[in-house]
Write a protein that binds this ligand. Sequence first.
Ligand SMILES: [Zn+2]
Length: 313
Amino acid sequence: MSDYTLGLHDLGDGCHAWLQPDGGWGWSNSGLITGGGTSLMVDTLFDLALTQRMLDGITSVTDANPLTTLVNTHSDGDHTHGNELLAARDVEIVATEAAAALISQEEVDMLAAAKKLPDGRGDFVRAVFGAFEFEGITATPPHRTFTGETSLDVGGREVRLIQVGPAHTPGDAIVHVPDARLVYAGDVLFIGGTPIVWAGPVGRWVAACERMLDLDADRYVPGHGPVGSKSDVERVREYLLFVDTEARKRFDDGLDVDQAIESIDLGPWAGLNESSRIAQNVVNVYETIDPTREPIGRLGALVRIAAREGFTV
Ligand SMILES: [Zn+2]
């Protein structure tokens, strides 16, 4: 297993990961798969400077194996905001249809605007996203989309794309490299950090974990955190089942969502980074049980998460 340090990690079998500790808000990972003198990238990073730093840091691989394809595992900015740099090199971008529909300039502009909010929400956004520059990013959606499953040919090597969303987001996909028994999981796998259920329902994410566990693979590159194994996928599944059980219990007992969030003892899960994401996860379960609830949206979720982090919102 590679150590968790910033930069390029050779995972063997022509597969690499670009890791960005500590894997917290916005600090995402990318993947690089080579085959027959070409290479495929899995995800770009949260801003142009970080993505350029990565492109400069992987030339030892890409000079001999030029990039031809980029797969976005999902639509979130920390996996797509660098797309324009790849498109400028005539790299073909692929994602699920559902993810593609959500990659928009509006999302980029909303993040840039959130950093300027004069209230506690803005304080929180600046605290977690202060290191990232959202100004000047041109949203660059995929050139090609798919639904379900598809295979890509990377210089004669099979790379499988498997849609598992909606789970973390509406359009999640994982990238399986069968001959390396390796999976690039995107954000259906967090290692060391707390999963956050933006789309759900939680049951679909649990099913995504089971899909990953069923694959003939023994190494998993998460969207955030160090490279792991099946036991890390199992841990995410256990966390999600814990959240689902605890939130449903409180819904049945008539607690409102804030009382539910407040009263859950995270127990062993309290040690995960970003544990305050429990707030959004409970909200998501409540919205699943009662689809007539007005969705609180991402800013509404940030308010609750920020409050748990001690920000005045
Ligand atoms: Zn992410």
